[in-house]
Write a protein that binds this ligand. Structure first.
Ligand SMILES: Cc1cc2nc3c(=O)[nH]c(=O)nc-3n(C[C@H](O)[C@H](O)[C@H](O)COP(=O)(O)OP(=O)(O)OC[C@H]3O[C@@H](n4cnc5c(N)ncnc54)[C@H](O)[C@@H]3O)c2cc1C
Length: 500
């Protein structure tokens, strides 16, 4: 039987990111992926939000995505666009980049980290015991792992086999999404009618002065809301044609589909992200309507929250209870996404006068500065606040990517996180900290920072003297040379002290 420390079921964006995080920590991880190659026939997610670009930046791979995508103000709530160019981040924008490119770039990174991927095979079942998990693979092989992570999408076999409840709401609306060729030029852009929202766009596009400019030719992406929500069968070209004729009066001579799928506003979340040695991340743990383009982003960030914790547990640096903080921190984040996507679907329903009045009210609200910041902070992921107790506003929030000055010259905070190792950053008197019992795990950096401290949504905060930054870029302790609580924070997040 082949052994790995961690087996990941599913090599979509979440599984790939998690594999990269574990490999960076030196963990023997493998992915089992149903698809024979990383190619994705359809488009699905259209891009990245600011915090996801930041987490890639924390690993030194943001440029790979930025160089291929279209930087733009993409934040949206129902029909309202929100500009975040005034947000205090190095990336005050989103990135338009189709999911197939995002996956290709992530797979390239994972390949550099030498993660084995068992492609063209699927996990068909598992059995866990006190020391590990036997993972059954469709080729008849069995893998043995200390932990199994289900990153196998919304219909997750791992979630079902673990008996984890997927509580939530059935669909109220559904739409067909396809990539096709057309005989006649369709009306590009969004259309609203009594059925809901529909759109046509070319797959290839550029963003110029904040506006989408479609290519003159090439395949067309189409979305059309169906009259009856959520048919159970696989959608066909004929279904698409009929749905288009209902809305547009013509099907524009659609042909040669590369992809036709149906999506709904089904909204569900796993009641628990962990069952013993089995964990869930990404769509396996939460599904919702794609409004606001948040799904892939939340999945990637689940992976970044889980990766270093699982690595420390596997390497026996930290006790398994560290894994419970994964559910405690990430479940509320996705629950909030579920709530905001449900609110958006309600606003996007076919309008009558009262709903129209509500839409106008929400638009007015979002045109005001504070609500704009609050909503955009939530949708971009920049306002995430893990509950790590009372204290300085930085506690439990993302560490800003400051330009530091060290004895060796200038240094960006995110550069310190490239290896996914925790950092104790001392901005006070150099040499004031001694963390010898954790020196094998934690980087101690003396540096100076002269600028202001500003957090998205919150604004200016008082400058801390020292911060403990977790590998995922969230601040786990704020203090000074007197070090109250530092040993506890190091023990909680970086494992017990090493005996002298
Ligand atoms: C129409 C649409 C538009 C969207 N737009 C956006 C957007 O703009 N922004 C955004 O952030 N998100 C968007 N999303 C959501 C986004 O596509 C998903 O959230 C994202 O793909 C989730 O990634 P994942 O890795 O968790 O799951 P998936 O991408 O579903 O990957 C799961 C992987 O597991 C594999 N697999 C499944 N079962 C098994 C098994 N038993 N064994 C082995 N492998 C298995 C699958 O082949 C797949 O590769 C959109 C989704 C849709 C449908």
């Amino acid at each position: 039987m082949t052994e790995h420390a961690v087996v990941i079921a599913g090599g979509g964006p979440t599984g790939l990111m998690l594999a990269g995080e574990l490999a960076l920590a030196g963990v023997d991880v493998a992915i089992v992926e149903r698809r024979a190659s990383q190619d994705l026939p359809g488009s699905r997610a259209g891009g990245l939000h600011s915090r996801t670009i930041e987490v890639f930046d924390q690993r030194g791979i943001a440029e790979r995505f930025l160089s291929e995508g279209q930087v733009a103000q993409v934040q949206g709530f129902a029909f309202n666009r929100m500009d975040i160019s005034d947000f205090p981040t190095r990336h005050p924008y989103g990135l338009g980049l189709w999911q197939n490119h995002i996956e290709r770039i992530l797979a390239g990174w994972v390949d550099e980290l030498a993660v084995p991927i068992y492609r063209g095979r699927e996990v068909t079942g598992f059995a866990q015991d006190d020391t590990g998990v036997d993972v059954e693979v469709s080729d008849g092989q069995s893998l043995r792992a200390k932990y199994l992570v289900g990153c196998d999408g919304g219909r997750s076999l791992i979630r079902k086999a673990a008996g984890i409840e997927f509580a939530g709401w059935d669909p109220t609306t559904s739409a067909l999404l396809a990539q096709v060729e057309v005989a006649e030029e369709p009306e590009l852009g969004i259309r609203q009618d009594e059925l809901g929202t529909h759109s046509f766009g070319r797959v290839e596009y550029e963003i110029r002065d904040g506006e989408i400019v479609y290519a003159d030719e090439g395949p067309v992406g189409v979305m059309v809301t169906e009259r009856q929500p959520g048919a159970a069968s696989e959608p066909t070209l004929r279904d698409l044609s009929e749905a288009l004729i209902t809305v547009y009066g013509t099907d524009y001579g659609i042909h040669s589909p590369t992809w036709i799928t149906r999506f709904t506003d089904m909204t569900r979340q796993a009641a628990s992200y962990r069952e013993g040695r089995v964990l869930l991340a990404g769509d396996a743990a939460h599904v919702h309507y794609p409004a606001g383009g948040q799904g892939l982003n939340v999945g990637v960030q689940d992976a970044v929250n889980l990766g270093w914790k699982l690595a420390q547990v596997v390497k026996e640096i930290s006790p398994p209870s560290l894994l419970d903080t994964y559910h405690a921190e990430r479940h509320p984040v996705a629950a909030r996404v579920l709530r905001n996507t449900m609110a958006q679907t309600a606003l996007m329903r076919p309008a009558d006068a009262r709903l129209e009045a509500l839409r106008e009210t929400v638009s007015e609200l979002l045109s005001m500065d504070e609500p704009r910041k609050w909503f955009a902070g939530m949708l971009s992921g920049l306002d995430i606040h893990y509950d790590l107790g009372e204290g300085h506003p930085l506690l439990g929030r993302r560490m800003p990517d400051l330009d530091l000055v060290t004895a060796d010259g200038p240094l960006r905070v995110f550069t310190l996180l490239h290896d996914a190792r925790p950092v104790l950053l001392n901005l006070g008197e150099p040499g004031g900290f001694d963390i010898t019992p954790w020196a094998d795990r934690v980087q101690l950096i003396d540096a100076k920072y002269v600028g202001t401290w500003e957090l998205p949504v919150l604004g200016a905060v008082t400058a801390p003297t020292a911060v403990l930054i977790r590998p995922d870029g969230y601040v786990a302790w704020v203090g000074d040379i007197t070090q109250p609580g530092l040993a506890d924070a190091l023990t909680t997040w970086c494992g017990p002290p090493r005996a002298a």
